[in-house]
Design a protein around this ligand. Structure first.
Ligand SMILES: [Zn+2]
Length: 169
């Protein structure tokens, strides 16, 4: 059986309805995740507003699903994610950074994108909402021991596996 494009209703493809339902579901999921982690994002916005008063800049980065506050004026460098807000000291977020395993001497790993690493944290926040920070701290805070950090590095390296429980070959 052939699929004659001219016989289809205007602008509709065979699987169009299914694809648009999937898009709507994924948009609903993102909206739910953003709502669930809103307390963290509000905290990020409050902290970010302080930086803005001291020269930081803010813009929405769709790929990261986050308001990115860049040129953060304090700290030793790097980035911090709070819900759908990412604070970082550099001008651009998509720069190479060393993985925690590499820094801890657990093996030589190639640098990963800081933007991708922080994007993984945004996804983790959207899944765990207000539970993220307590769980993150219980898991060891900033460092290679923390499975949330190892998962964020794995996602930045492989493009998948942002959830700590994920197994990736
Ligand atoms: Zn991290």
């Amino acid at each position: 059986m052939t699929d004659d494009a001219s016989s289809r209703p205007h602008g509709i493809r065979p699987h169009g309805a299914r694809a648009s339902a999937r898009r709507a579901l994924s948009r609903a999921g993102l909206a739910l995740g953003m709502a669930w982690t809103l307390p963290n994002s509000v905290l990020g916005l409050l902290v970010g507003a302080i930086g803005l008063a001291f020269g930081a800049r803010m813009r929405w980065q769709r790929r990261e699903l986050a308001l990115v506050v860049r040129c953060w004026p304090w700290g030793r460098g790097g980035a911090l994610t709070l819900g759908n807000v990412i604070l970082h000291t550099g001008r651009e977020l998509d720069v190479p950074c060393l993985t925690y395993a590499h820094r801890a001497g657990r093996g030589a790993e190639p640098p990963v994108s800081l933007a991708a690493h922080e994007r993984a944290h945004v996804y983790q926040y959207m899944l765990l909402g207000p539970l993220f920070l307590p769980l993150y701290l219980c898991c060891g805070g900033v460092g290679v021991r923390n499975p949330f950090e190892r998962a964020a590095d794995r996602y930045a390296r492989l493009g998948r596996g942002w959830w700590p429980g994920t197994r990736c070959a």
